[in-house]
Structures are given as C-alpha cells and as structure tokens.
Design a protein around this ligand. Structure first.
Ligand SMILES: Cc1cc2nc3c(=O)[nH]c(=O)nc-3n(C[C@H](O)[C@H](O)[C@H](O)COP(=O)(O)OP(=O)(O)OC[C@H]3O[C@@H](n4cnc5c(N)ncnc54)[C@H](O)[C@@H]3O)c2cc1C
Length: 432
C-alpha cells in the first residue's frame, strides 16, 4: 500500500555493508535516518563474500581509503562488540615461485604497505611456523598481521542492529524506484511503498546503483561478475589467519566452519549489457583475460525476454533474480574444495555445507565510486566496490556519511570521482 511518510534528514538506499555503516554513522551524529532495502539487510554481496578484511593487495591509489576502512573496522569492533565477529589476526598470501614473490615486492614498493600497514615478506620457515598444518612448497609469502576476516553473514546485520538501536528506521522489502529532485536538490525517494522525503540521499545500492542513478544522468559503468563461495562443515580449529594461495582462499570462523573460494578466476555471464561501455572495460579485460571466464548461457536469453514490451518497467529495472541470486559454479567450488583439503589435509573430512554465488559490481578500474555529484545537492553515491567492498565498505560508509552531512571527507576522494570514466584512459587493474 503506497504511503507518503513524513521526512527524515537522510535516506540511505541499500543495506549492504556500505549502507548500514553510513546509516549507523549518520544516526550516531544525531541525524534521523531511513535505511531502505529491496530485499533484506546484507542479503546480497555483503553476506555472500569470503569475509576478508584486507588492505593487502590494494591498488596503491586506495591506500588511504583501505587504511581508513581498517581503522573503522577497529572502531566498530569496539562500539559493536563480538557480534561483529571481527578477527584481525593477519592475512597471508603464499607464492609458489619467484614470479609470485616479485609481484608481492612490487606491491610493497608501490603501496608503501610496509610502513602504512605493517605488511612484510615472509620466508618458507616462517610460513611453516605460522601455518604448520598447510602443505606445499612455498617460495615465500606476503603477510599483513593486522588484516583479518569477519563472518559476512553476521557483520552487516550486527552494524544494522546497532544502527536501529540509534534510531535508524530500517525498511526491508522496499525498493527505491527513483531519487526525486527539485531545482537541483534531492527531495527524497519514490519507493515501491510510496514516497519518502529527505533532503539527503545516499545511494549505496551495490550492483543496482547504476540503474537508480542513470535517470539522473549520472553514469556509473559496472560489469556484473558472478563470484562463487562456499562454507564447509565444522572442522578442527587450525588457524585464525586468512589465507590466500593461487588455487584457493579461506578463513576459518569461530564455529569451526571454513569459508573458501577459488582465487583463480571469476565467471562472467554474457548479457545484453556486455556491449555497453566496451571502450572502458576492454583494456583491463585484455590485461587480465586469464582471470575471467566468459559464459554464453541462458542469461542472454533472459535479458532479451525481460526487455520485451511489458507494463511493469520498475520490475524490469530492480527485480532480476539472476543478479540477486545467481547459481554458484559447482565445478569450480568442488575443485576449490579439493585444493583446500590438499592444502590442509587435516580438513580432509570436511564437506561442502553450502555453496552460493553473488553478483559483484566491478568498475572499469576496479576502484569504487564515492562522491557527492555537484549536479544534485544532497546526493551521495557510494558504490562500485569491485570485489573488495566487504573490507573497505565500512570506511566508504563513514566517508559517505561525512559527505551527506556536508563535512570535509576524512580522505582524499579524487581517485573515486564519477567523472573519471569519461575523462581519460582507464587505470590498469591492480592485483596480487
Ligand atoms: C563470492 C564473493 C566473495 C567476495 N569476497 C570478498 C572478500 O573476501 N572481501 C571483500 O572485501 N569483498 C569481497 N567481496 C565483495 C563484497 O562482498 C562487496 O564488494 C560488498 O559487499 C559490496 O557492498 P555494498 O554495500 O556496496 O553492496 P551490497 O552488499 O550488494 O548491498 C547493496 C544493497 O542494496 C540493495 N538495493 C539494490 N537496489 C535497491 C533499490 N533499488 N532499492 C532498495 N534497495 C536496493 C540490495 O538489496 C542490497 O542489499 C566478495 C563478493 C562475493 C560475491
């Protein structure tokens, strides 16, 4: 039943890790806040990830942001407590050969990760000490002792609960259909449950943000990548480190289960949108082509069928099961499980308890968009987290809250402007 609801200071669209943190910060600063989500709190990417909270491997231009995010996780840990499930006992990448090690050294040099984050190279002896149950011949590794992991199914809801306790009104199952504006300022949001008034709107709608922003003439180009992960049955507790090797990445949770996924490549389902923004995406696709598997499957047919004339245009834009609940790549996750149990033979008896996938929104340069577009007073965009938004999401949420309050942001947002895509050559993806 549509209803006009009296206004709040700020509406946050999207209750993923970015949106819940922005709402929590705004409420903590004394603002009235409405947080709306078309599904449920952290129902999409923010509960479907591996849970890595990392600075290690960041793009050097993100160093300030990832550091800010890491400090934000620490603060949230103090304010929210164990419900956040944050374990900051280190993240380690292991390399089988000299080529891998030189990538790590290059990253240390470019990012300043040694002085900024305490990251350092480790040799085979230290790897054996840190991970006595891990097999394999490792040439060395890269360790950031104060990176870590959290349970993705728990962290977002924990922040949302803390936001509710500070007065945030959380509306689940309510879709934002349009950001309304008048005279160059936002006035609120038209939703599936009626109009919601507010002088400030934060768009943190993950993979869907572009569809909400396009009618405002704001273009946030993203590709939707299908990323698969799984959780094992509970096994012997062996490590608190988050571990990444070429074939698999994993972290063990307090209940003994292990979240893992294949680090080798991601799946991309070709759809109608694939043809859009080719100029922006091709350079990094060509550079990293071994890391993406293209699939020509039923997705392209669904795309065509969805665009046939029908009355409910809003549903076409925001109700798309293939994006919200894509099928996991079973072959890939079974292979990753074999890699996991070969790497840690003491987990040989583990079974895959659950496998799932999520749609990751990746921008052409794999950097987020965090901006207050000058075209619309009161509008803030915090999206395009490009596969590492669980770790940086809280930091982005804090900065989005600062922008929504008209405050000077804590970090330099120059690398995260929307206009960068229209301006010039796309920055090369950075990864370990
Ligand atoms: C398998 C997998 C593994 C990953 N591993 C990691 C990792 O280890 N570490 C890491 O840092 N990152 C990881 N990521 C990426 C990370 O999960 C995301 O970058 C991050 O969660 C994005 O957060 P978000 O808040 O921007 O988006 P989301 O979590 O997607 O939240 C957006 C929310 O907006 C809502 N929404 C959308 N449109 C509307 C609308 N019109 N109206 C109302 N609500 C709307 C959605 O329902 C959703 O809840 C992984 C992702 C996947 C899928």
């Amino acid at each position: 039943m549509a209803e006009q609801v009296s206004g709040t200071d700020v509406i946050v669209v999207g209750a993923g890790i970015v949106g819940v943190t922005a709402a929590y910060e705004l409420a903590s600063a004394g603002h009235s806040v409405r947080l709306i989500d078309k599904g449920r709190v952290a129902g999409l990417q923010s509960s479907r990830n591996w849970g890595f909270v990392r600075r290690q491997g960041c793009d050097p231009v993100e160093a300030e942001l990832v550091q800010h995010a890491s400090l934000t996780w620490d603060r949230l840990g103090e304010e929210i407590g164990p419900a956040l499930t944050l374990v900051k006992k280190g993240l380690i990448n292991l390399a089988p050969d000299e080529a891998g090690l030189s990538k790590y050294r290059d990253w240390l040099r470019a990012s300043g990760g040694d002085t900024l984050f305490g990251s350092r190279m480790v040799g085979p002896d230290e790897i054996r000490d840190l991970l006595p149950h891990v097999t394999g011949e490792w040439a060395g590794g890269l360790l950031t002792p104060s990176d870590g992991h959290a349970d993705p199914t728990a962290a977002g809801p924990a922040v949302a609960a803390a936001a509710r306790a500070r007065g945030v009104v959380v509306e689940e199952g309510v879709t934002a259909l349009e950001v309304t504006t008048s005279g160059g300022r936002v006035t609120g949001v038209r939703t599936s449950a009626g109009r919601r008034a507010a002088g400030r709107v934060v768009v943190a709608a993950g993979a869907w943000s572009g569809k909400l922003l396009a009618p405002l003439g704001l273009k946030v180009p993203v590709r939707w990548i299908r990323a698969t992960a799984a959780r094992t049955t509970a096994v012997e507790h062996l490590t608190e480190l988050a571990v990444h090797v070429p074939a698999v990445g994993f972290s063990q949770l307090a209940d003994g289960s292990v979240i893992f996924g294949s680090a080798a490549w991601s799946d991309y389902d070709i759809g109608i949108d694939t043809l859009g923004n080719l100029r922006l995406f091709l350079p990094n696709f060509v550079r990293n082509r071994t890391m993406i598997r293209l699939h020509l499957n039923e997705v392209v047919v669904q795309d065509v069928l969805r665009r046939l004339p029908r009355r409910d245009r809003d549903a076409i834009r925001f109700d798309w099961p293939r994006m919200d609940d894509p099928p996991p790549n079973r072959t890939k996750i079974e292979r990753a499980h074999r890699s996991l149990t070969a790497l840690v033979p003491r987990w040989g008896s583990s079974r895959i308890a659950r496998a799932w996938a999520g749609t990751v929104d990746v921008t052409p340069d794999a950097l987020p968009v965090v901006a207050a577009p000058p075209q619309y007073g009161g509008l803030v965009v915090a999206t395009g987290m490009s596969s590492h938004g669980f770790g940086i999401g809280p930091g982005v949420g804090v900065v989005a809250a600062e922008l929504a309050q008209g405050k000077q942001p804590s970090i330099d947002l120059e690398p995260f402007r929307i206009e960068r895509f229209a301006e010039g050559p796309v920055r090369a993806h950075h990864h370990l």
